[in-house]
Structures are given as structure tokens and as C-alpha cells.
Design a protein around this ligand. Structure first.
Ligand SMILES: [Zn+2]
Length: 217
């Protein structure tokens, strides 16, 4: 991943950026180091209309269908002064348990678009496993497109365009990449068949029987 402060490359086992000294501990002090449950679309700033959200859910589903290990998530919110969009994106990919359709999706195959509508800033953060697919030039183009939509207040279009473009980029690379699941993850017996969430924060999609009305007699 890229350091959220200086954009230098940071290895997954590194806790401090060797270029600028940025440490994930700083973010943990600010945001905590627990896993947080998140929907794929978190609109804390209320930027999206209902039809935007519905449309985006379909696009995110298509993305997940095309790339069985990857997911796309987005967060829109006004951030505190001591936190920037890149830092939040970095933290979300490290601590977010996103409510994707398949629990086996891992965050190193994830990408998050963070938008701060108040500061008018946005950032795309890529997981370790997919970041090499996106050249700086590709990311710069994507950010230009995001910016042009956000300036018009077209939040839904900005997210849609980013997800579709990411799909194109990954599709181009998919032929050369080996999409092999991690052996350590596969070894987990019961959780593998979907009976238990692999990532701690996942919500169960089933409802308890008590929520259903009793049949009339
Ligand atoms: Zn750095």
C-alpha cells in the first residue's frame, strides 16, 4: 500500500513508513485498532440519493461477480481536521470489515474511495494484492474523473465511474494474475463453507424466528 502521508510504498508488515515516519499507531490512537463493521456504501455525509445508492449497489454487485476475491467500497463523510481522506482510506482497508456478499473477500483485494464533501477531497486506496495493477498514471486519470463529477455534486456518478474504471483495469490484469486464495485461509474448515464469518465484523444475514409474525390459526 501507499503511505497515506507521503505516498511512498509501505509493505504489509511495516508499521512505520521509512520515508516520512508516518505510523499506523497514530491512526489507531485516533480511530482505534478494532475491526469496524461497514456497509460497502457508507454515506455519513448524506450525499447520495436513494436512487444513487440502489444503482451503486447493482454496480458493486457486478464488480464482485466479475472479481470473486475483490470488492469496492466507498465512504462519504466530513472528516475531522487531523484526519485526511488518504489516512482514512488506509485505516478502512486495515480495520474495516465490509459487508460484502462473500465473507471470504479479503481487504488486500479491496479498494475504497473516500470522499470528504466539505473539504472537497477524495482518495482511492488500494489493497496490497491489487495495487500493482494501477499505475500512478491510471490513478491520476481516475482522480481527475472523480474530481470533475464531484465538482458538479454528482457523487453517485463519481463512485460509479471509479468502480467501472477499476473493473476495466483489473480485467486487463486478470489474465496475467493468478487469483489464488491464500492457503492459510482455505485451511479453516467450517468457516470455509460459509457457516461462520471469516472476518469478525460480519453481520449475519439471517433473521431470528421471533421477528417473523406467527401464522394465524
Ligand atoms: Zn510516508
Amino acid at each position: 500500500m501507499k503511505c497515506p502521508r507521503c505516498q511512498a510504498s509501505v509493505l504489509s508488515e511495516q508499521t512505520t513508513c521509512s520515508a516520512c515516519g508516518f505510523s499506523a499507531t497514530l491512526l489507531h490512537n485516533l480511530l482505534g485498532n478494532q475491526w469496524v463493521r461497514l456497509e460497502r456504501i457508507t454515506d455519513a455525509a448524506h450525499c447520495l440519493r436513494l436512487e444513487d445508492t440502489r444503482r451503486l449497489e447493482i454496480i458493486l454487485d457486478d464488480f464482485e461477480r466479475s472479481f470473486p476475491q475483490a470488492f469496492f467500497a466507498t465512504y462519504l463523510g466530513t472528516l475531522p481536521k487531523n484526519l485526511n481522506v488518504a489516512e482514512l482510506g488506509f485505516w478502512l482497508l486495515n480495520q474495516g470489515a465490509f459487508n460484502t456478499h462473500s465473507v471470504s473477500r479479503r481487504n488486500d483485494f479491496g479498494m475504497v474511495l473516500v470522499v470528504d464533501p466539505t473539504e472537497k477531497t477524495a482518495c482511492i486506496t488500494l489493497g496490497y494484492a491489487i495495487e500493482s495493477c494501477f499505475s500512478p498514471k491510471v490513478i491520476a486519470r481516475m482522480m481527475q474523473t472523480v474530481g470533475s463529477h464531484l465538482r458538479k455534486g454528482a457523487f453517485g456518478t463519481a463512485i460509479e465511474a471509479t468502480c467501472l474504471r477499476a473493473g476495466e483495469v483489473l480485467r486487463k490484469h486478470a489474465r496475467h494474475m493468478q487469483w489464488q486464495p491464500d492457503a492459510a485461509v482455505m485451511a479453516d474448515s467450517v468457516s470455509d463453507i460459509g457457516l461462520q464469518p471469516l472476518r469478525g465484523g460480519h453481520r449475519s444475514s439471517s433473521r431470528s424466528l421471533a421477528e417473523f409474525p406467527a401464522p394465524r390459526t
